[in-house]
Ligand binder design. Sequence first.
Ligand code: B12
Length: 250
Amino acid sequence: MSSVVRPYGDTTGDGMVQLSFTLPVPADRRAEGAALQLAAKMGMDPAMVVHSRAMGDGYTFFVVYGRVNHLVDLDGVRVAERDFPVLAGKEINSLVKRRLRRKLVVVGACIGTDAHTVGIDAILNLKGIAGEKGLEYYREFRVVNLGAQVSVPDLVERAREERADAVLVSQVVTQRDAHLHNTRQMSAAFREALPAARRPLLVVGGPRFDETMATELGVNRIFGRGTSPREVASYLVHALTGGDRAAVAA
Ligand code: B12
């Protein structure tokens, strides 16, 4: 199979893509013309506005559909590969019990001014997400969910008090790269407060993170949109107990 592909719209390889954006102009014919000019400059040819709507005073939201001539070379794609197996709940509990011989302690929070708790709750809370239970469901996990707008010093202090094995931080707001600044500040604070041997595993997540940036941000792992609680639980046992499926069977 060819490693070079084009977008698919109406027919295979026709190059059709859909793009949405907002322009700071009132919703009228000129706004649509402006949207088409932008689309043309981005290489969409031909392009058409398939949806436009006023977004408050002086702003218009657009969806533009059109053809691009760019090709994607799949051989040149680099992503953060998952380097641990996703285990069943039973396997996860069994590894913690046998390898740690105590509960695995997780402290979670949204830090900075971020109040978007739905994502971290989906990972931590019993009810979980999309039919999968959260980490609280795992018998061998102890979960401390600190909720929204937790300051970095408070997070470090609580992680120390709870003897956390892992700290799970959520960052959803990305305005002015707040998620990157807050994550760097958090990882630096843990490095300053605790020696490497006593430092918890640092994990961040949120829909707009680039999962390849973990080292750059000073954390052990980044999880992006669509993460499931079982994936996170599997990663934690893998990283903290060196566990894999073979070890469960052993
Ligand atoms: C619900 C919501 C709110 C609620 C939050 C309620 C709550 N308790 O969480 C309320 C109304 C309070 C709110 C407020 C604001 N919001 Co809001 N909000 C949303 C909305 C609609 C949904 C977010 C959500 O719940 N997603 C569902 C969860 C399950 O998905 P998730 O967060 O991605 O989580 C998954 C993964 O990312 C991952 N994950 C996430 N965190 C973590 C952490 C770890 C450790 C791991 C492993 C994984 C992980 O796992 C999760 C499960 O798969 C989004 C738009 C959207 N459709 O996404 C805007 C959005 C996030 N909000 C936005 C904004 C701007 C705001 C406000 C600033 C608005 C304002 N002007 O007041 C305020 C900020 C408040 C604050 N101080 O943070 C913007 C952010 C833009 C940006 N680039 O930063 C968005 C994108 C809307 C938009 N398009 O403008 N918001």
